[in-house]
Write a protein that binds this ligand. Structure first.
Ligand code: NAP
Length: 251
């Protein structure tokens, strides 16, 4: 790897994996992807892999310096707000250029019935005013508590086991991508009355929105946390272009 520029990709997304593959294939980069370690069996990632938290801003700053990282690419999920903030602060402290790769958000289309909310607490609150029947929660396994308190039947889909859930809750373990036919059939089979989702964006999990549209179901859409200041790109190609610019023309 002599002469290669060290790039640390904060991953946990499909884009991060694609990006790692593209940089490894391009050559000239020593690519390491970092995962939080939340999933038991992570998908294979091209290049080197490290797993587990860094120990806050302090730990990540030390890692960037000790590992001689030339570029940090934060390609974490749009809702991984803590990691994004830590990445921004640590990159500044270590004097390492940083790119935030943030896939575009979803936007409503004709026929959609979205209720936009700021966070999971508000999402649980608005359920009280929506048609009775099971809520389909596709918000991961954290932040489920407010929904348990609604007393509404829940169908939860999550990659990992969400742990204890209210009696009668249906838990579906699945990882995208999902297609419209299967999503529509699933919502129909469970008699879903409302879909609750985070505005993750991306193609892999967008079929549920089309299914809700087809079934005329309301969608409670949880807004993204704001991204930290600094350069943001919305796709892998743009991230690669900016990566070359930043390492070739450090300011
Ligand atoms: P978070 O709340 O923003 O981060 C919490 C802590 O987890 C961070 O402070 C950091 O610990 C550690 N961490 C997070 N991402 C990491 C990474 N890529 N490498 C090493 N440590 C990481 O994060 P989260 O929302 O729990 O997401 C965790 C991971 O799951 C991320 O990789 C994210 O891309 C992925 N993911 C998240 C969601 C979601 O909805 N939030 C959905 C799909 C995938 P230290 O402070 O100790 O460094």
């Amino acid at each position: 790897m002599t002469g290669s520029r060290r790039v640390l990709i904060l991953g946990g997304t499909a884009e991060a994996t694609t990006l790692a593959g593209r940089l490894v294939a391009a050559g000239g980069w020593a690519v390491t992807t970092s995962l939080a370690g939340r999933t038991g069996r992570p998908a294979p990632v091209p290049g080197a892999l490290r797993i587990g938290g860094f120990g806050g801003v302090e730990g990540l700053t030390r890692h960037l310096i000790d590992e001689d990282v030339a570029l940090l690419i934060d390609a974490t999920h749009p809702f991984a707000a803590q990691m994004a903030a830590n990445a921004a602060a640590a990159a500044t402290r270590a004097g390492v250029p940083r790119i935030k790769l943030l896939r575009p958000a979803w936007h409503p289309r004709p026929g959609d019935d979205w209720i936009d909310v700021a966070d999971t607490l508000s999402a649980a609150r608005v359920l009280a005013g929506l048609p009775r029947g099971p809520a389909f929660l596709t918000i991961g396994r954290k932040d489920l508590a407010p929904f348990a308190a609604t007393g509404r039947p829940l169908v939860i889909r999550s990659i990992e086991d969400p742990g204890p859930v209210p009696t009668g809750t249906i838990v579906l373990a699945a990882r995208g991508p999902f297609d419209i036919g299967a999503e529509t059939a699933l919502m129909h089979a469970h008699g879903i009355a409302v879909l609750v989702t985070k505005n993750a964006g991306g193609e892999a999990t967008a079929a549920k929105l089309a299914a809700a549209r087809a079934l005329s179901l309301p969608v409670v859409m949880i807004a993204r946390p704001p991204a930290p200041d600094g350069p943001v790109v919305t796709g892998v190609d743009a991230a690669i272009d900016l990566a070359y610019t930043l390492v070739n023309n450090p300011s």
